[in-house]
Ligand binder design. Structure first.
Ligand code: CU
Length: 146
């Protein structure tokens, strides 16, 4: 596990070089959230998290009234659960169809188009962020460029 140490070192340098004034730390906003209407007892959730802050944020957990949620990465045709995903400083974390996504399993009921699913995103050292996922048609694809 050498990589987190390197990251921490880079962060420290960035902070020291900053000179103060503005409060440092991640500044998160979420956009483009949706869930394609599920066709089984599993569903996916997609969204974009932007970080305007000077520090990386780490998404470590997602919870929902709708039951179990995990964060998945796609690797070729397969997907696997990941423990966390980084939202880089001045960058974005994009969860999209074919890429990383939220995975809902063993749905107690299937949300339908027009409904809204609420999830809470948990980040290391930050307040949780609540996000509404509007349920879209199963075949919905967001238009690119927004
Ligand atoms: Cu998945």
């Amino acid at each position: 596990m050498r990589r987190p140490l390197v990251t921490a070192g880079v962060l420290l340098l960035t902070l020291t070089g900053c000179g103060g004034g503005e409060s440092a730390g991640p500044e998160l906003s979420v956009s483009g959230a949706y869930m394609p209407q599920p066709v089984s007892d599993m569903a996916a959730g997609f969204l974009t998290i932007a970080n305007k802050g000077d520090e990386d944020a780490k998404l470590t957990e997602v919870t929902s009234d709708l039951g179990e949620v995990t964060v998945h990465e796609s690797d070729g045709g397969a997907m696997r659960e990941v423990a966390s995903l980084d939202v880089p400083a001045h960058g974005t974390l994009v969860l999209r169809s074919g890429g990383s996504h939220l995975m809902f399993e063993k749905l107690p009921q299937k949300p339908r188009e027009g409904q809204t699913v609420q999830v809470t995103l948990h980040f290391t050292g930050l307040d949780p962020v609540e996000v509404d996922l509007p349920v879209k048609p199963a075949t919905y694809r967001p238009t690119s460029g927004n």
